[in-house]
Ligand binder design. Structure first.
Ligand code: ATP
Length: 229
């Protein structure tokens, strides 16, 4: 089992799912649902970013993105929304968020940072990325375009080294608090927030790619309006 200090009292792992969610869509929701189910997570915490430091700034205000996540997750008792990053008036780093969660939830609690394979490929550009392994496990979901068979080829060597030492089985996650990497295939839904924004900008309807209630919110607040000619 990779690098971790065995947990004397295994606790059901908690999933931590950060993203810009600009807007949240069925790709995000299926990832969280399938990870919750297959890894027997106690719950998944959705944490919409404020101003993410490691990618271009989202155009939609954090409060709208937070509200759309609330609407999309409201009916699932295993989903929780954590507003701490969205409400921050400054840049948020995942390492700081995990440190705060670790302080609240205790040293023994197994925490699983959930992310798509595309996000993992950029991990070594994140602020204090090596610290993440002291604070949580990382669980990688293979979304379309990033198949398990080839994604390692595109990976920086430092990340390949982490995979080689930390790769573990899903059942190991509960037995230690942090430090492992698990990778899982999920139902392939080739949906991205970029495509949804582009569809709305073009004056077309992205229904069936995201929950109806989120789309109603988008139209009510006139988010992602069509470009003016
Ligand atoms: P954008 O198109 O604006 O870059 P996105 O759709 O990739 O957005 P993010 O909010 O950036 O969504 O992603 C949050 C997390 O969800 C990331 O870890 C990303 O890899 C994952 N994710 C996004 N879409 C999917 C999908 N269709 N299937 C699996 N994982 C996804």
């Amino acid at each position: 089992m990779g690098t971790c200090v065995a947990n004397p009292r295994p606790l059901q792992p908690i999933g931590i799912f950060g993203g810009t969610f600009d807007p949240i869509h069925f790709g995000h929701l299926r990832l969280a649902e399938e990870m919750a189910e297959s890894l027997e997570l106690d719950h998944v915490r959705f944490i919409p970013t404020g101003m993410p430091p490691h990618r271009s700034r989202p155009r939609t205000g954090a409060i709208h993105r937070l509200e759309m996540v609330r609407i999309a997750t409201a009916n699932n008792p295993r989903f929780m929304v954590d507003e701490r990053e969205a409400l921050l008036p400054h840049l948020s780093y995942t390492a700081d968020t995990l440190r705060a969660l670790r302080a609240e939830l205790g040293e023994q609690q197994s925490l699983c940072l959930l992310m798509g394979a595309d996000a993992f490929l950029n991990l070594s550009s994140w602020q204090r990325w090596q610290e993440l392994f002291l604070l949580s496990h990382i669980v990688i979901a293979h979304r379309p375009g990033f198949p398990q068979s080839t994604w390692k080829d595109a990976m920086p060597e430092v990340l390949r080294d982490e995979i080689d030492t930390r790769m573990a089985n899903p059942q190991d996650l509960a037995h230690c608090a942090a430090g492992l990497i698990v990778s899982r295939a999920i139902t392939a839904l080739d949906i991205s927030a970029t495509h949804i924004r582009e569809t709305l900008h073009a004056g077309r309807n992205p229904r069936y790619l995201l929950p109806d209630a989120v789309l109603d919110y988008i139209y009510t607040f006139q988010l992602y309006l069509p470009e003016m000619p």
